[in-house]
Write a protein that binds this ligand. Structure first.
Ligand code: TGC
Ligand code: FAD
Length: 387
């Protein structure tokens, strides 16, 4: 049974609806996801049978208007939803992040009415799955250097190139693919059956194993003009999608940290060494106090950012601070929790090391810690230190 970790009683600041949604998702993760995760993590697969339930729960496209099948709810609710999904596993939250923030968001923000009606309701219900192809093998932190090209062809475009490390890549019915055209960076909705489009699973991951990660390839892949995102021009378009996903991560990793802290606290109370619970040792208590303090600070940061985002005042650098800080917090917290579990803590009998390894991916994707440091540095000094 998940305990509520809310040292500064943030619950008092959420509306009854926000608390109800949080608690519904917390129960679902505990009852439906946790019994499956160990097996799927071991097999390196995403539990696809749960996707219809994710659609019914309304976590695919939380902030997308109901007119297009979304839940039409706030960014704060989206944050709480990501927190509860990631309390299960970062791979579960990644599935929802990509579907909602990286696929539905660009279609809603930059797509035609026809594209919105064709794709958004099915994506919201989990009947269709999407992925987001920005990163390439040679261009990760620097997507502006992308080499995937789209050249005009009769009635559309010919896509050539490849994308790497793509979440949901082999599951996706539609890929939002970013490519350079003679006019600059454009977004294309590449559907699964398009000739010349292939997706292959990346094997041998130690991190985010309960998530599908793939390489996408495009060989003279024809994409009709009606599948180009007409309003997405320039690198700004894909980068704006990242703000949505990064924001969700700032909340999500609090869930991972809660899971690890909860497991370590319960373990410390019952693990006996030298004839007494290790929770009775000062150094163990110091670790637990550090973990709870850092979780509490991260919760306050995410809460305020959510209210700023709901007020339309959150800028991308605000989001960078929360993603950078909260992922750091979760990595340190999960590592401290792992030490409390001793040798037991290196097996999948316990969840902490799975979260710890997942968080290495979360630190890396959606902008590494260094990139967010530089985004903030540029904002503070007015000088770009990227290149
Ligand atoms: P730069 O010249 O700085 O910017 C180009 C244009 O984009 C604008 N811009 C943004 N707009 C909105 N939101 C943001 N976050 C933006 N960042 C930049 C900028 O104002 C400019 O606009 P304009 O009108 O002047 O053209 O571009 P740069 O090439 O110097 O790169 C900047 C940098 C390094 C910050 C950017 O490339 C970056 O963020 N790199 C990190 C790449 C990244 O985060 N990749 C994530 C891929 S997706 C993923 O990992 C999914 S994981 C699965 C999951 O989420 O669960
Ligand atoms: P690099 O950019 O090569 O960075 C290597 C190191 O150099 C890092 O420490 C980095 O911080 C540092 N570095 C780079 N530039 C600078 C600089 N200017 N100053 C200082 N240090 C610098 N991408 C997608 O498009 N869609 C997805 O769905 C997706 N899902 C992913 C899922 C997983 C599990 C993973 C691991 C990645 C995923 N990614 C996805 C890719 C992810 O966005 C990239 O891995 C990330 O942007 C970093 O790029 P890179 O791995 O090429 O590292």
């Amino acid at each position: 049974m998940f305990t509520d970790i809310d040292f500064y009683q943030l619950s008092d600041l959420f509306s009854p609806e926000e608390r109800m949604i949080r608690d519904t998702l917390r129960t679902w993760v505990e009852d439906k996801f946790l019994p499956l995760v160990r097996e799927y993590h071991g097999r390196g697969l995403f539990p696809t049978e749960l996707i219809p339930q994710l659609g019914e729960l309304g976590v695919l496209g939380v902030t997308i208007p109901e007119a297009y099948g979304g839940a039409g709810l706030s960014h704060t609710v989206y944050g709480l939803a990501m927190q509860e999904l990631e309390r299960g596993d970062s791979g579960l939250r990644s599935f929802a992040s990509v579907q909602g923030s990286l696929v539905m968001y660009p279609i809603y923000q930059y797509g035609s009415e026809m594209q919105k009606l064709k794709f958004l309701p099915a994506l919201a219900a989990g009947e269709k799955i999407g992925c987001f192809g920005l990163t390439e093998a040679d261009h990760g932190s620097d997507p502006g250097g992308m080499e995937t090209r789209a050249v005009p062809a009769d009635g559309g475009w010919l896509l050539n190139g490849s994308k790497m490390w793509i979440t949901n890549g082999t599951l996706a019915d539609v890929a939002v693919v970013w490519a350079k055209t003679p006019q600059g960076t454009n977004g294309f909705l590449v559907e699964k059956d398009f000739k010349g489009f292939t997706a292959n699973t990346i094997k041998g991951k130690f991190s985010l194993r309960a998530s599908d990660t793939a390489e996408l390839s495009f060989q003279d892949c024809f994409v009709p003009e009606e599948n180009r995102l007409p309003l997405a021009l320039g690198l700004k378009a894909p980068l704006s999608c990242l703000n949505e996903a990064r924001y969700g991560i700032a909340w999500g990793v609090i869930g991972a940290a809660m899971a690890c802290y909860d497991e370590a606290l319960q373990y410390a109370r019952t693990r006996i060494q030298f004839g007494q619970p290790i929770a009775s040792f000062q150094l163990t208590q110091h670790k637990l106090v550090e973990m709870l303090s850092e979780i509490t600070k991260a919760q306050l940061l995410a809460y305020r950012l959510g209210r700023l985002k709901d007020a339309g005042q959150a800028r991308h650098f605000h989001i960078s601070m929360a993603k950078r800080n909260n992922v750091d917090m979760a990595l340190v917290t999960s590592r401290q929790a792992r030490t409390i579990l001793g040798a037991n803590g290196i097996t999948d009998e316990y969840q902490t090391i799975r979260h710890l390894l997942n968080l290495e991916s979360v630190l890396t994707y959606e902008g590494t810690r260094d990139i967010h440091t530089l985004i903030l540095g540029e904002h503070i000094t007015g000088i770009s230190a990227f290149k």
